[in-house]
Design a protein around this ligand. Structure first.
Ligand code: DGT
Ligand code: CA
Ligand code: CA
Ligand code: ZN
Length: 585
């Protein structure tokens, strides 16, 4: 059982308890536990096995939860969940996937109309019976019908951040062309830099809300109007993405932007802190908890005003996940997060010598145009035969060309870019690396990656990676877990062991910036930082255009709380060159 498996069981339990009408406090406790567990990099089994520690040391895990975790680890099951699952129709979980239908509403439909499947819900909507249930209306009924089709369709997949970002840029450009829009910003998971985005959330201030909504619906890319009101509308836009737009008053813009940026967990914490200060807080701003309060409620036109009124520093959206950000903001200890402009080099990229689309010279010129001071050319090694990987002879020839290119560049101008002779060497299935040590020893920069034998057992995969970490020529482990978002899960690897070994050997770990990799992810990168491992944010570009994904890697690093000190390629060339000197180990 991985931590994610255990967390999923508690999430399911929370859903079913809520469905069952259990009190909100208990439901929230299970959801909070699921989050703590999912965020925990160390395996629960290891913590339990350690005599000096206890599961109850984890935030929000009391004796009862610890006992339940123990049962799950021992048996793979959670008896309370089994018992509850037995009592509800099997299709309740399908119904819970419909956007906008929480456990409580699903319960009303099940009890009120005998709904027990997506089909029977559709029938009830078409028959106009849903609008008769308390709290539902004609509009909700229509919304359910549309969302039903969506749940059944394939479009339900969450979009990669970069794809969502494209849609955000387009819709903002369109909306900013509307004269009635005073201000409009994007919020939600997009603004928090999440690796995938479910729907896009926009918040606007308008001189004429009706005109703004009309403009929104009239957009060329609007394929469907899901909901249409004066303060809130939802459309379906490019890539089948839902886009929600709220119009708010300017005086509450900060409160609304904060609210719709989320996350939900962050909002809950901010709101409870507001209560401690004697205010209630929602998307409309602060209100006194007791109407005849003496003081005027704080203003909420900007996010900073809202945070400051609660004794908090403004919190970057990437950190708003309900982890420890409020405590850090209260103590003015928020990390100064790394920014894209801090990045001075790019240390993983390919050329037409293997599976890249652009030549060595083009990649170098592209990198120089991006203002980089140094790059490493790291084409594939021979094992990657599909990509025409380099054997020793071809690699040495490429390195000769790089030597000559560096001379030309140095002669060309005042701020030449330095090109490092690198290689992305494969960790072989049987162990060992794909090129001789005497070749690797001559490289300026070696990335070791695992591309083959991904279904080997955990011990094998972990051992292969540990071996590479300890190899004297290897500087960094490329895309350490191998996951491809929405396509392929990570291979089975003991990341705790990888991080510990990297810390010990002084080997770096990559944050691969490719939008479908983002590997390390935010949890692993945060754990690596805590262990004292430094990271390299790399584009793994296969074309000049591919160099542009650096910002996706930086976002992920920010979500992990990384500062420029944690990021090796935030060093200027001189410092980086010093770091490349012979290693002590
Ligand atoms: P997504 O769209 O699934 O990628 O994730 P988000 O975070 O964009 O979530 P979404 O679109 O459902 O809602 C946007 C934000 O609005 C969310 O991050 C926090 C806020 N929000 C939505 N529903 C609730 C709620 O029930 N309670 C609280 N406190 N905040 C909520
Ligand atoms: Ca959203
Ligand atoms: Ca939304
Ligand atoms: Zn690569």
């Amino acid at each position: 059982m991985t931590n994610a498996d255990v967390a999923a069981l508690f999430d399911r339990l929370a859903d079913l308890l809520e469905y069952d009408g259990e009190n909100a406090f208990r439901v929230r406790a299970y959801r909070a536990a699921a989050r703590t567990i999912a965020d925990q990099i160390e395996s629960l089994g290891a913590i339990r096995a350690d005599d000096t520690r206890s599961l109850t040391d984890l935030e929000g895990i009391g004796r009862d939860l610890a006992a339940k975790i123990g049962t799950i680890l021992d048996t793979g099951r959670l008896p309370l969940l089994d018992e509850l699952s037995g009592k509800v129709p099997a299709d309740v979980f399908d119904l819970l996937r419909i956007p906008g239908l929480g456990p409580k509403k699903v319960r009303q439909l099940v009890d009120g109309l005998g709904i027990d499947s997506l089909d029977s819900l559709e029938e009830a909507c078409r028959g106009g019976r849903v609008r008769g249930v308390k709290g539902f209306g004609e509009k909700t009924e229509a919304a359910i019908l549309k969302n039903l089709a969506f749940v059944r369709g394939t479009a339900v997949q969450r979009q990669l951040w970069e794809d969502a970002d494209q849609v955000v840029a387009e819709v903002l450009a369109w909306m900013r062309g509307c004269p009635a829009v005073e201000r409009i910003e994007a919020a939600g998971s997009w603004r928090r830099g999440c690796e995938t985005v479910g729907d896009i959330d926009l918040v606007a201030v308008a001189t004429d809300a009706v005109a703004v909504m009309e403009h929104f619906r009239r957009w060329d890319h609007t394929t469907d109007v899901i909901a249409s009101g004066v303060t809130k509308s939802s459309i379906r836009g490019p890539r089948g993405m839902q886009i929600d737009l709220r119009v708010v008053v300017s005086a509450a813009f900060g409160a609304a932007w904060l609210y719709f940026t989320g996350s939900k967990e962050h909002n809950i914490r901010v709101r409870s802190r507001a209560r401690e200060h004697g205010w209630s807080l929602n998307e409309y701003g602060f209100q006194p908890v007791d109407p005849p309060a003496a003081a005027q409620p704080p203003t909420a036109e900007t996010e900073a005003e809202v945070y400051h009124a609660l004794g908090l520093a403004w919190i970057p959206p990437e950190l708003r996940e309900g982890r420890d950000e409020l405590a850090l903001a209260a103590e003015v200890r928020l990390p100064r997060l790394v920014e894209e402009q801090d990045i001075r080099g790019d240390l993983h990229m390919h050329t037409t010598d293997t599976d890249g689309e652009d030549t060595l010279t083009d990649m170098v010129r592209g990198a120089r145009e991006r203002g980089l001071e140094y790059i490493a050319i790291t084409d594939h090694s021979q094992r990657v035969s599909m990509a025409h990987g380099l054997d020793e002879t071809r690699l040495l020839r490429q390195w000769d060309r790089i030597d000559r290119l560096n001379e030309t560049l140095a002669a060309e101008g005042p701020a030449p870019i330095v090109v490092l002779k690198g290689i992305e060497v494969d960790m072989l299935e049987r162990g060992g690396l794909d090129l001789h040590d005497h070749v690797l020893a001559r490289a300026d920069w070696v990335v070791a990656s695992l591309h083959y034998g991904q279904s080997q057992p955990r011990e094998r995969i972990t051992e292969r990676i540990l071996e590479a970490i300890r190899h004297p020529a290897v500087r960094v482990i490329g895309h350490p877990t191998g996951r491809l978002i929405n396509r392929r899960p990570a291979y089975d690897v003991d990341m705790e062991a990888v991080i510990a070994a990297a810390a010990l050997a002084g080997t770096f770990l990559e944050i691969n910036a490719h939008p479908s990799r983002l590997d390390l992810d935010d949890h692993h990168a945060a754990a690596a930082r805590r262990a004292g491992v430094r990271m390299v944010i790399s584009t793994d570009a296969h074309s000049v255009r591919g160099l542009g994904v650096m910002r996706c890697g930086v976002l992920q690093a920010r979500r992990a709380g990384l500062t420029s000190v944690d990021v090796v390629n935030a060093l200027g060339w001189n410092d980086f060159r010093n770091l490349l000197g012979p290693r002590s180990t």
